[in-house]
Ligand binder design. Structure first.
Ligand SMILES: Cc1ncc(COP(=O)(O)O)c(C=O)c1O
Length: 269
């Protein structure tokens, strides 16, 4: 690749600036303004393109040379889906967009945790934009709760198996960086049942007419299952008059038929 075209690839991000919209329906449930960061409308269907795109662009020249070598030999390249500083740096762009849209810090950012790349990226972003005081509510489903287990143990824990239907959260061990994040920012780790995540997907479809996957339902369940209200009642989350942001992280691994099957399987009404 010639210099000029390599340079053009480097400066053009692969991700899109996504909408941040206030949800009337979720605000009513939460009793406070809830803003939704629609990462499910990224070209690849989730926030993942931020980190992986950034990773690819930073290693672009070497990667391109190497990729060409490998393409003629083995034909594959390994990019960690969540455990690399460039992935976190890429996901941090999401927080820069929040600062652009909101101006003032939200009361909390709610997100889902799989391997912890999004968590590490949002932590990096909050520190970068000068919002270190914003708590992160880190949501997982039981059976994919490797971050919660690690926090409780004070060290990385490997789950014996992933039993949750939220397959995109299915990292048996989170990135070591997530435990450091918990020292740098306030992180409230919460685990919901699969049933709650899937019910949240259905309610979100009814409320906002967007179909997202159970991994994203875990974050939405913070509102729909009253987790935020409980954290406030327990005095662990002080939101006063502030709004909250829920990252609508993705909607790749779901179809209407799958949602109906999951609801039947889990006994959701
Ligand atoms: C929709 C969705 N949400 C959450 C996650 C978890 O992200 P991370 O592994 O960065 O914690 C993923 C990972 O693939 C995902 O696709």
């Amino acid at each position: 690749m010639e210099g000029a075209s390599a340079e053009r690839v480097r400066v053009e991000p692969f991700h899109r600036v996504t909408p941040l919209l206030e949800s009337w329906a979720l605000s009513r449930v939460a009793g406070m303004p809830v803003f939704l960061k629609y990462e499910n409308v990224q070209p690849a269907g989730s926030f993942k393109i931020r980190g992986i795109g950034h990773f690819c662009q930073q290693v672009w020249d070497e990667a391109n040379t190497r990729a060409q070598e490998l393409a003629t030999r083995d034909g594959w390249v390994n990019v960690s889906p969540f455990d690399h500083p460039l992935i976190w740096e890429g996901h941090a762009s999401l927080v820069r967009e929040l600062r652009e849209s909101l101006g003032t810090p939200p009361g909390a950012v709610v997100l889902s945790v799989g391997g912890g790349g999004l968590l590490a990226g949002v932590t990096a972003g909050l520190l970068e934009v000068g919002w270190p005081q914003v708590p992160i509510v880190a949501m997982e489903t039981r059976g994919a709760h490797s971050f919660n287990a690690a926090l409780q143990a004070g060290r990385l824990v490997t789950l014996p198996d992933i039993t949750s239907v939220a397959r995109s959260l299915g990292a048996k061990t989170v990135a070591a960086r997530t435990l450091e994040c918990a020292k740098e920012c306030e992180i409230l780790s919460e685990v919901v049942e699969d049933r709650e995540a899937v019910s949240a997907v259905q309610r979100f479809l009814d409320d906002e007419r967007m179909l997202v996957e159970p991994a994203c339902g875990a974050a939405l369940a913070a509102v729909y299952s009253g987790i935020l209200g409980r954290l406030q009642a327990e005095g662990r989350l002080r939101l006063a008059h502030a709004s909250i942001v829920v990252i609508v992280c993705g909607g790749n691994n779901i179809s209407n038929q799958q949602l109906q099957e999951l609801k039947t399987q889990l006994g959701c009404s």
